[in-house]
Design a protein around this ligand. Structure first.
Ligand code: C5P
Length: 481
């Protein structure tokens, strides 16, 4: 019966228990009595369970369009967009929440929206739905909503819930644990962080009852943005009670999501990047074409994922990534020293193009060119292999040691051999033949080589490579904490 209901959407809307045959009604009554529910509630429960199992197109609508397009091109999914559930309360500031939806979407967030009954006095479901890009949710007892999504699922499928405007009435209900409408039922069922953006007349905000509720909500772990001081909607009124501006709320949302969804929170990540410069004399050196773009992008992505990141960088033109401790070095030996000093770490990623050799007899003074004199002979000695040294450490070996293999031929085969020789866990192999434009360029094509096989990644920007790597290592650390 349930399958049939899902196949025939139009039938769902007109389903009443009276239309069922006698045997089914009897069964339902028995089941309802056993579970202490009304027959209607029993039907509702059965359908909700079936919807949970079957999934629904509605859920696909919540997949951001960019992600759908990647999937249709057969490209691997990026880390999923963070999901924000916006509850719009009934206050004059509700009109600003339409702009807030736009601000949240600009940040790549997937937004769902609930309107309270009172909010519908200020913004229409049609307007909010048009900006969100899907219908908005409004009614706790709307069978169409409950059958496919349902309040528990609305609560569960949000990384963050934002209530804007959070009216005095709505906050009082939340503080008291009421579940009298869809918004409050979702909030009561929510386990994700909730951000409240209060908006009300200054006298209502200052009222002892409101302040008692605010204190209770703060103690219960709710986050607040605003209210701010300023003009009220009512003519001539000003004071503390204006809803925070959409940009300020969106900024707070980003901050909370970074904290909440930081997959590398508490992890120490060490990254090497760029070339090394090996002196010939005080003014000349041996170098390579590495730009540091890939290593720096990895350090930035690890920091965005909440890790405590140390980046050991050779001489590069790219700026230090934000939120990263960057140590600048010149030579391979300085790089090794800095890496050892930065231990312990949970993960070490060696993206630097370390010079294999240095000049054994580097001059302390500038080598002079003199007429009739023989050209200087440079004798080279091998530099320490930083990756291999760290991967073979008996103590303080990071849990995951990751190297790069810049090859110009037999990329995967050479990388496999390197994995074993260097003793590392993963190698990101790339073809750096001049025609690929990878060395110094903005894009990269990686093959991930691990003990279990070779996985080709699609051509993508160095930032996307960085995010893909961070997502992979977050998964690996989750499996083996
Ligand atoms: O041996 P090859 O240079 O191809 O290995 C590349 C990997 O080894 C990269 O991860 C690079 O950062 C690392 N490496 C190193 N120290 C060296 C040479 C390479 O850490 N002296």
């Amino acid at each position: 019966m349930i399958t049939m209901l899902f196949q025939k959407d139009y039938f769902m809307a007109s389903l009443t228990v009276r239309q069922l045959d006698e045997r089914l009604k009897k069964l339902l009554r028995l089941r309802a009595a056993r579970n202490g529910r009304s027959v209607e509630d029993e039907v509702r429960t059965i359908l909700r369970q079936a919807a949970d199992e079957a999934g629904h197109d509605e859920l696909e609508a919540f997949t951001p369009p960019a992600q759908q397009a990647r999937a249709s091109r057969g490209e691997p999914a990026r880390p999923q967009a963070k999901r924000v559930l916006l509850i719009i309360g009934g206050g004059i500031a509700a009109y600003k929440s339409l702009d807030l939806i736009r601000r949240l979407k600009e940040r790549g967030l997937a937004v769902r929206c609930i309107l309270t009954k009172a909010a519908e006095q200020f913004v229409t479901p049609l307007a909010a739905g048009a900006i969100v890009g899907e219908r908005v949710f409004a009614d706790l007892f709307d069978p169409a909503h409950e059958f496919d999504v349902g309040h528990i699922r609305l609560a569960r499928e949000a990384d963050l819930i934002v209530v804007a405007p959070a009216t005095a009435d709505l906050m009082a209900k939340i503080a008291a644990g009421l579940a009298s409408d869809l918004a409050t039922a979702v909030l009561l069922a929510a386990s994700s962080k909730v951000l409240l953006a209060p908006a009300m007349n200054p006298l209502m905000w200052a009222n002892k009852a409101t302040q008692r509720n605010v204190a209770q909500l703060a103690a219960d772990g709710f986050a607040f943005v605003g209210p701010n001081e300023g003009e009220m909607a009512e003519a001539g009124e000003r004071g503390l009670g204006r809803m925070a501006e959409p940009l300020e709320i969106a900024g707070q949302v980003s901050k909370l999501l970074t904290q909440a969804g930081a997959p590398l929170q508490g992890k120490r990540v060490l990254v090497t990047s760029g070339p090394t410069h090996e002196p010939i004399d005080p003014v000349r050196y041996i170098a390579n074409r590495s730009s540091g773009k890939q290593g720096h992008a990895i350090a930035a992505a690890a920091a965005q994922a909440g890790a405590d990141v140390t980046l050991i960088s050779g001489p590069v033109d790219v700026p230090d990534p934000p939120g990263v401790r960057t140590v600048h070095v010149e030579t391979a030996r300085e790089m090794l020293q800095a890496v050892e000093r930065a231990l312990p770490a949970d993960v070490a990623i060696f993206a630097a193009a370390v010079a294999d050799w240095r000049v054994a007899n580097a001059g302390a003074q500038k080598i002079k060119k003199a007429a009739g004199q023989a050209t200087p002979a440079l004798s080279l000695v091998e530099n320490p292999d930083i990756l291999s040294t760290i991967a073979h450490r008996a103590s303080e070996r990071p849990q995951l040691v990751i190297g790069f293999a810049a090859e110009t031929e037999n990329v995967a085969a050479n990388a496999k051999a390197k994995l074993a020789a260097k003793g590392c866990d993963w190698i990101l192999a790339n073809d750096v033949s001049p025609q690929t434009g990878i060395m110094g360029g903005d894009r990269n094509t990686i093959e991930l080589v691990t003990a279990t096989g070779v996985e080709p990644w699609p051509p993508q920007s160095k930032e996307d490579v960085a995010h893909m790597l961070i997502a992979r290592l977050a998964d690996a650390l989750k499996e083996n904490p």
